[in-house]
Write a protein that binds this ligand. Structure first.
Ligand code: IPM
Ligand code: MG
Length: 368
């Protein structure tokens, strides 16, 4: 049997720095847990544009469709702000999501005990928080047509379209209910059915999927603006939240910050299962390319490392090894190891990106 295959796309900004730490972790699993991967590396985003004039080369796209999982760092940077929309770094990521048909984006927001003081919210509101946002990722206003900037009379008009088919809503709802069954069996669906027809359809279809196939799962509905408010008021009321592409983008940043730093949150983007039962999958941190700190060794690699833990769990059926890696991260945080995004305690000197990698590797060694 050949090793499972990974395509690594470090991308721009802090992407390469945090991915360097992930590669050390991957090597550790190969050397110490007999879990070797065939790893290939390629370009995405601004660096791909610099080399090929496109944020995602067709060959890279083809590789992404062949491998067992893709790991991505981050894309974008101020250098690319004035590029035409069609070749912006972000388009590379959106093309991967669309062509791999990664409709279900899992964004867990978990508050590590050691970091409960770092949240901008009071400790008792976030301590022990463990919620999962399931964001639809291949449709909605990100992809709907018509879109563009058009002339209308003597001025221009910018147009984007929110569009959802029943089957698109159905499949992401199912993935949320399946997840809920493995957690606390509760789903809250968020839309704006009070002002949007697509929201009315969303609500109807999610309810129908629940009533037909998941009657054991508790389902509630909430308008997305109220959802944002509830997330900062009493986030622990939620278990799984399912929502569309744009609301999911916004609500997941909000949820991520509850946990103290955007530098902590991983994500998994999953498609339909292949013949071998393995879903098409891409794993990436929720944070962006952070150009302001890129290249300085300040970035927190934990979000990217935990994204690899999600790959172990969701692509490679290695739940125990994923838990080992998550426990190593938790141990390091409990020991007070902090990157610069996690400062605030008296007398703590931050470690570098590599220093955090070293500490996690040491905790992994100690776990054997
Ligand atoms: C995210 C990001 C992306 C998005 C950008 C980089 C295109 O914000 O993954 O949340 O809007 O989906
Ligand atoms: Mg976002």
């Amino acid at each position: 049997m050949s090793n499972p295959s990974l395509l690594i796309l470090p991308g721009d900004g802090i992407g390469p720095e945090v991915m360097t730490e992930v590669k050390r972790i991957i090597d550790w699993f190969g050397a110490k847990r007999d879990l070797a991967f065939d790893v290939e590396e390629d370009l995405v985003g601004g660096c791909a544009y610099d080399k090929h004039g496109t944020p995602l080369h067709d060959d890279t796209m083809a590789k992404a469709l062949q491998v067992d999982a893709v790991l991505l760092g981050a894309v974008g940077g101020p250098k690319y702000d004035n590029l035409d929309f069609s070749v912006k770094p972000e388009r590379g990521l959106l093309r991967l999501r669309k062509e791999m048909d990664l409709f279900s984006n899992l964004r867990p927001a978990q508050c590590f005990d050691a970091l409960a003081d770092f949240s901008s919210l009071k400790k008792d509101i976030v301590a022990g928080l463990d919620i999962m946002i399931v964001r639809e990722l291949t449709s909605g206003v990100y992809f709907g047509e018509p879109r563009g900037i058009f002339e209308e009379g003597n001025e221009r008009v910018g147009i984007n379209t929110q569009r959802y088919t029943e089957s698109e809503i159905d499949r992401v709802a199912r993935s949320a209910f399946e997840l809920a069954r493995r957690r606390n069996n509760k789903v809250c669906s968020m839309e704006k059915a009070n002002v949007m027809e697509s929201g009315i359809l969303w609500r109807e279809v999610v309810q129908k999927v629940r009533d037909t196939d998941y009657p054991d799962v508790e389902l509630t509905h909430m308008y997305a603006d109220n959802g944002a408010m509830q997330l900062v008021r009493a986030p622990k009321q939620f278990d799984v939240i399912v929502t569309d592409n744009l609301f999911g983008d916004i609500l997941s940043d909000c949820a991520a910050m509850l946990t103290g730093s955007l530098g902590m949150l991983p994500s998994a983007s999953l498609g339909a299962p292949n013949a071998d039962g393995r879903p098409k999958a891409l794993y990436e941190p929720v944070h962006g390319s952070a150009p302001d700190i890129a290249g300085q060794g300040k970035a927190n690699p934990i979000a990217c490392i935990l994204s690899f833990a999600m790959a172990l769990r969701y692509s490679f059926d290695q739940g125990e090894e994923a838990a080992r890696l998550e426990a190593a991260v938790e141990k390091v945080l409990a020991d007070g190891v902090r990157t610069a995004d996690l400062l605030g305690e008296e007398g703590v000197t931050p470690v570098s990106t590599t220093g955090m990698g070293d500490a996690i590797l040491a905790a992994l060694d100690a776990s054997l």
